[in-house]
Design a protein around this ligand. Structure first.
Ligand code: DGL
Length: 259
């Protein structure tokens, strides 16, 4: 059985957790929400690296065999530093799903919704550079999206108006594919899809990250699949938001909350 540590600035990484438990249903999970320091989007890389170090130590103390950085912003700001400082620990990060979007578009325009930190990161810029000769890539920060998800406002008039404002420039540019470049955003996917209409494909990279986690565990020879399943939730701040979203993604499962 593998012990899998997962972290995010808040409850967004649960969109990755829900995919992980589909492909790795018999492992021991520790999820850390750094919501006392959320959002990460506008923080400096140095700040996020410090938080990443603290959370890595916490998850290693819990026995983590692997750490999934279920946050695009933290992946952009801190994963290289963490890999250098903890060379024996396998880290899996978020990949901006620009490739599947670029391969699937019919209009030749793809939209990327992410935080400011992710859009400035060298990883994203490199990926974008590989495709921007062939497709037009329109970016926008999902302004206010993280706060809505943390507040549990996944639908309703305020959410619809907030989402509409950030989608507008992408749809106006003719994007037929929208990449969700922040792990909080999949919790707004029903609203995003409703507002975008049936001709727009919305891509959540979480299933690909879950598959990559399986691959890394196999590569490292870490035994999986023998169970029993368990999950513990941890939060640096008030755990209400985490519990609320967790109930949505994992209804019916046992959770021990010991933040
Ligand atoms: N869930 C995050 C991400 O994937 C972080 C959002 C934030 O804290 O700004 O980027």
């Amino acid at each position: 059985m593998a012990t899998i540590g997962i972290f995010d600035s808040g409850c967004g990484g649960l969109s990755v957790y829900r995919e992980l438990i589909k492909v790795l249903p018999q492992e021991q999970y520790h999820y850390f929400s750094d919501n006392a320091h959320c959002p990460y989007g506008e923080k400096t890389p140095l700040y996020i690296q410090r938080r990443g170090r603290f959370i890595t130590e916490f998850l290693l103390d819990k026995g983590a065999d692997i750490i999934v950085v279920a946050c695009n912003t933290a992946t952009a700001a801190a994963i290289a530093t963490l890999r250098a400082e903890y060379p024996d620990v396998p880290f899996v990060g978020m990949e901006p799903a620009v490739k599947p979007a670029a391969l699937g578009t019919h209009t030749g325009v793809i939209g990327v919704l992410a935080t400011a930190g992710t859009l400035k990161g060298s990883k994203y810029l490199t990926t974008r550079g590989l495709y921007e000769d062939n497709v037009r890539i329109v970016e926008h920060v999902g302004q206010g999206f993280v706060e809505l998800v943390e507040a549990g406002k996944l639908d309703g008039p305020e959410t619809v108006e907030t989402v509409r404002a950030s989608l507008k420039p992408l749809l106006a540019a003719g994007a037929d594919t929208i990449v969700l470049g922040c792990t909080h955003y999949p919790f707004l996917q029903p609203v995003i899809e409703r507002l975008s209409g049936p001709d727009v494909r919305v891509i959540d990279p979480a299933p690909a990250v879950a598959r990559q986690t399986v691959h890394v565990l196999e590569q490292r020879g870490i035994v999986t699949g023998v169970g029993p399943f368990s999950v513990e939730l941890h939060a640096s701040g008030d755990p209400t938001a985490l519990r609320r979203i967790f109930a949505l993604v994992d209804a019916g499962r046992q959770t021990i909350d010991n933040e």
